[in-house]
Design a protein around this ligand. Structure first.
Ligand SMILES: Cc1cc2nc3c(=O)[nH]c(=O)nc-3n(C[C@H](O)[C@H](O)[C@H](O)COP(=O)(O)OP(=O)(O)OC[C@H]3O[C@@H](n4cnc5c(N)ncnc54)[C@H](O)[C@@H]3O)c2cc1C
Length: 187
């Protein structure tokens, strides 16, 4: 596999994966690097939006909307339900399936558009001779080179040292919605 590209995109969220696909469609030789891991340690491109943001929140909203309709609106239509219940573990499992389908969809789009995907953390090594050298943590021996680099690493918040002690009480929504304790509490 070649390690020379016209464009390397660091970050495979909505900013990065769409830029990578578009650049490939415009005829550039493109690689995208993303470090997000699924529960099994495999690649999970799509960033915050796909893994813990837009997609899972709307999957859960759809489930809760169905529950709301069943509990409050069906009776107006003459539809009666006895013993309405909610299985949160199953609801979360469906949400995980929806997320996985979206991760796989992005990997498929990369393949279809000939974007080379690397799973791991990307970092700049040096700039030399009009090109950049980018290391991928998972393959340290063969850094990538590219004339153009798009940094689309998202907006994870950095904690100010003085406020770090508050983080356990007020962590970001992103981390909260994906964390195991949160899932256990809901289940
Ligand atoms: C709960 C929630 C609900 C949301 N709902 C909506 C919504 O309904 N509609 C909407 O428009 N927006 C929504 N958002 C916001 C949306 O998720 C973000 O705006 C969007 O994900 C930003 O995309 P991005 O590509 O800039 O960054 P990200 O999605 O954060 O992607 C960045 C990617 O870069 C990777 N990365 C970072 N550093 C490196 C590195 N050095 N090497 C390799 N990879 C790296 C990260 O692992 C990540 O995969 C929601 C957010 C949350 C938290």
């Amino acid at each position: 596999m070649s390690n020379q590209f016209d464009v390397v995109v660091i970050g495979g969220g909505p900013g990065g994966y769409i830029a990578a696909i578009r650049a490939a469609q415009l005829g550039f030789n493109v690689a995208c690097i993303d470090e997000w891991k699924n529960a099994k340690g495999g690649p999970a491109p799509g960033g915050t939006c796909t893994n813990v943001g837009c997609i899972p929140s709307k999957a859960l909203l759809q489930s809760s909307e169905h529950f709301e309709h069943a509990g409050h609106s069906f009776a107006d239509h003459g539809i009666g339900l006895k013993d309405l219940s909610i299985d949160v573990a199953k609801m979360l499992a469906r949400k995980d399936t929806v997320v996985k389908q979206n991760n796989d969809g992005i990997l498929y789009l990369f393949k279809k558009n000939k974007v080379t995907f690397f799973h791991g953390r990307g970092s700049f090594v040096k700039a030399e001779g009009g090109a950049y050298e980018i290391a991928v943590a998972a393959r340290p021996s063969r850094p990538l080179t590219a004339k153009q680099v798009i940094v689309a690493t998202g907006s994870g918040a950095g904690a100010c040292p003085a406020r770090r002690s508050m983080r356990s009480r007020s962590s970001a929504t992103t981390a909260r919605c994906a964390s195991r304790p949160c899932r256990r509490r809901w289940a």
